[in-house]
Design a protein around this ligand. Structure first.
Ligand code: XLS
Ligand code: NI
Ligand code: NI
Length: 436
């Protein structure tokens, strides 16, 4: 097969003084930072749906993407050719992982049986490409939101037949993910929510969603898939409200339905901001519950109110993400999946390279800055000292659960007004800037 990107060489690390846009200025895969190589820290992934399938259409206009290797048809040979374009892309970029939805890699057929056969035919090719290049599947997922049958939800559809169809689709996607050695499996509840409460029985829909996930856990055990399941929170879009609206809502749902041990969260920056949170907030909520699994690395636009899925280039953002990743002890099965698309205006194949190189360099700098902040120790020491009154005396008893309201009352009567220390926000913001 002809190369998909004939004019583009393997992207090399050339260092910060390079002026070559097709080089890494900061991402140096084998460079050790804090005891691990950059590549081990980051575990970058390419999102098949954006890199290979996004035509760059928007609600006001048709696609603009130029993808010379793609003949624009829904044929199996075209889908198979795309596999090799994707792996060439990953290889030239030096990214080790990819993620896909079933319907990104293979076309939906007229029947479930036909769709499954299509998926098998492309999975054969994915398997060959993985073997030829050593690239791996970070996670797989099923697209339960594009087809009209899912317009009122999949697991939360009011129609049991739709529930069954979605279950059959996840069964197959999970089996293909397993076959390809996928390290995890993601559930993003694309249309699991509602457009209006006037036609919705929320309790019933939530029960159905939980039942669906329990059935998926049963099947995972049956086929011996050992990777984690991830839930990806997002508050809205396409629905008015999605049940998995943010990390806290997901964790509450998982606990309520006895699913905690089987799930972690896959957090996406643009979804965090749509939920009115920072990514760091979402990461701390998940990490505190031991459920920070993977990251969909992207960013939103501050002025556009939707999921614009842009490539992350903001060093404060990447620094904060890497701080949380390092503090939780690093990714295990998860990674940084670029769930991001180039702008509609950036329609050439080379733009895909610029976008991913920029994201990887931004994360490399974020990693180095985060590690430097941790090595310096002042920030963490400040936070630890801020809670110092809980390290001994009455505070230690509070944390140990060995005090009572009576004792706290007696303590207060004896000690009078508390002596507070400043929060020092500005001091700490300046401290962080020393490392940027
Ligand atoms: C869409 C989601 C989607 C998931 C995978 O907003 O981010 O791309 O990551 O279904
Ligand atoms: Ni995502
Ligand atoms: Ni998104």
């Amino acid at each position: 097969m002809n190369e998909a990107f004939p004019d583009i060489p393997k992207i090399a690390f050339e260092g910060p003084t390079s002026r070559n846009p097709l080089s890494f200025k900061h991402y140096n895969a084998e460079e050790v930072v804090g005891g691990k190589t950059m590549k081990e820290h980051m575990r970058f992934g390419v999102a098949y749906w954006h890199a290979m399938r996004n035509s760059l259409a928007d609600p006001f206009g048709m696609g603009t993407a130029q993808r010379p290797w793609d003949d624009g048809t829904d044929s199996i040979p075209n889908a198979q050719r795309r596999v090799w374009a994707c792996f060439e892309f990953m290889d030239k970029l030096g990214v080790d992982y990819y993620c896909f939805h079933d319907r990104d890699v293979a076309p939906e057929g007229r029947t479930l049986a036909e769709s499954n056969a299509n998926l098998d035919a492309v999975a054969d090719e994915l398997e060959k490409a993985q073997q030829a290049t050593g690239k791996k599947l970070l996670w797989g997922t099923a697209c339960l939101f594009a087809h009209p049958r899912y317009c009122q939800g999949a697991a939360t559809s009011p129609n049991a037949h739709v529930f069954a169809y979605a279950a059959a689709q996840v069964k197959k996607a999970l089996e293909v993910t397993h076959r390809l050695g996928g390290e995890g499996y993601t559930f993003w509840g694309g249309r699991e929510g509602y457009a209006t409460l006037w036609n919705t029985n929320m309790k019933r829909e939530l029960d159905h969603l939980a039942r669906f996930l329990h059935l998926a856990v049963d099947h995972k055990k049956k086929i011996g898939f050992e990777g984690p399941f991830y839930i990806e929170p997002k508050p809205r879009e396409p629905s008015t409200h999605q049940y998995d609206s943010d990390a806290a809502a997901c964790l509450n749902f998982l606990r309520e339905y006895g699913l905690m041990e089987h799930f972690k969260l896959n957090l996406e920056t643009n979804h965090a901001t749509l939920a009115g949170h920072t990514m760091r907030h979402e990461m701390q909520v998940a990490a505190a519950a031991g459920a920070l699994g993977s990251v969909d690395a992207n960013t939103g636009d501050e002025l556009i109110g939707w999921d614009t899925d842009q490539f992350p280039t903001n060093l404060y953002l990447t620094t904060q993400i890497m701080l949380e990743v390092i503090k939780m002890g690093g990714f295990t099965t998860g990674g940084l999946n670029f769930d991001a698309k180039v702008r509609r205006e950036s329609f050439e194949p080379v733009d895909l390279f610029h976008a991913h190189i920029g994201g990887m360099d931004a994360f490399a700098r974020g990693l180095k800055i985060a590690q430097a902040i941790l090595d310096d120790g002042r920030l963490e020491a400040h936070i630890a000292q801020r809670y110092g009154t809980f390290d001994s005396g009455i505070g230690a008893k509070v944390e140990a659960g060995t005090t009572s309201f009576e004792e706290l009352e007696a303590f207060t009567l004896e000690n009078g007004e508390p002596l507070l220390a400043s929060g020092r926000q500005e001091f700490l913001e300046n401290l962080v800037n020393e490392f940027m």
